[in-house]
Ligand binder design. Structure first.
Ligand SMILES: Nc1ncnc2c1ncn2[C@@H]1O[C@H](COP(=O)(O)OP(=O)(O)O)[C@@H](O)[C@H]1O
Ligand SMILES: [Mg+2]
Length: 325
């Protein structure tokens, strides 16, 4: 099987809506706001928008706003003229000008200092920037994509982020759901990383065992795809034998499990059963016949659980999984 990141992205079912939006956004130069937890693929999508767009002959310039010292943000973005401040010995173009004709990614935009926020708004609205210490503004043709793992709405409400800038950035919003909310993507991505890390480290490509796969499906992935990649890499490097076992994954136990560990056994089993059936129904696209097969139970038993746990919402949108009761 051929593997590259783009084929993986498009095989991820939970990612399809995201890719559709990215393609639509690529056909214009409007500002895009990409939201999602850390490690969900925000930078990957920003890059994809640039690559799909007519601007792909221009430069793609990613800037992590959170990594810049606040007093240097303005000159990094808009440039400066020599002598504008101590240490400014030469002219500096700034990211907006370097990305003119192309795309500028402002990652972790929630960390943009409040003093710089009106200047960014002006650059977006007027299509021109004011380099630090310059007398006249400079026109730019820069497509801006902003990304954030923080909830900007909350920052606006609390007065930390300008509302007008928020609306200006949020012309199109692309939200990437956390990996735990799209479990159907986990096996595809895990397989891809088994292959990729084995190749990169000169190791034989090994398959994931069924119990390893189950463990991956039940893990909360707070670090999302980035964490999944790291976990698989470690298993590829240190595992033995011809498959990757659940133990090779070396996953911490979910702290939520520790909390739940004081409940009576039958309640814990019930809770696990509900979660597991819900996940399998999602993987089976709501198709009850397929889900029953995967779960190794009769359809009648599955229907009983769907009733008991009120999982009808997960079982309805199937092609042939409904109405056959
Ligand atoms: N759907 C996907 N297919 C392939 N790789 C992915 C996918 N989503 C995320 N990744 C990979 O996961 C890692 C984290 O993605 P990144 O774009 O840096 O996340 P973020 O910017 O949201 O923190 C990167 O190595 C990226 O290539
Ligand atoms: Mg990132």
């Amino acid at each position: 099987m051929e593997y590259d990141a783009t084929s993986v992205i498009s095989r991820c079912r939970g990612f399809r809506r995201v890719m559709e939006l990215a393609r639509t956004a690529a056909s214009s130069s409007c500002t895009v706001l990409i939201t999602g937890e850390s490690g969900t693929g925000k930078e990957l999508i920003a890059r994809a928008i640039h690559d799909f767009s007519r601007r792909n002959t221009g430069r793609y310039v990613p800037i992590n706003v959170a990594a810049l010292p606040s007093e240097l943000v303005e000159s990094h973005l808009f440039g400066h003229v020599a002598g504008a401040f101590t240490g400014a010995t030469h002219n500096r173009a700034g990211a907006f000008r370097i990305a003119s004709g192309g795309t500028l990614l402002l990652d972790e935009i929630g960390d943009l200092p409040q003093a710089t926020q009106p200047k960014l708004l002006r650059a977006l609205e007027a299509g021109e920037i004011q380099p630090v210490g310059a007398d006249i503004p400079v026109p730019v043709d820069t497509r801006v994509i902003a990304a954030t793992s923080r909830r900007l709405e909350d920052m606006v409400r609390d007065g930390h982020f300008r509302e007008d800038l928020y609306y200006r950035l949020n012309v199109v919003e692309i939200h990437i759901p956390p990996l735990r909310d799209r479990p159907e993507d986990i096996p595809v991505l895990a397989e891809y990383y088994c292959y990729r890390h084995a190749r990169a480290n000169d190791k034989p490509v090994r398959r994931l065992s069924a119990d390893a796969c189950l463990k991956l499906l039940n893990y909360p992935w707070k670090g999302n795809v980035r964490e999944l990649s790291n976990v698989i890499e470690r298993a590829v490097l240190f595992g033995q034998g011809d498959t990757i076992s659940a133990d090779d994954l070396n996953l911490r136990d979910d702290p939520a499990d520790a909390l739940a560990s004081t409940m009576p056994l039958h309640e814990a089993v019930d809770e696990f059963r509900k979660k597991h059936i819900e996940k399998v129904l999602r993987i089976a696209d709501g198709n009850r016949n397929h889900a029953a097969e995967l779960l190794g139970m009769s359809r009648a038993t599955l229907f009983r659980y769907i009733d008991r746990y009120e999982l009808k919402g997960f079982a309805l949108n199937s092609r042939n999984g409904t109405g056959s009761h």
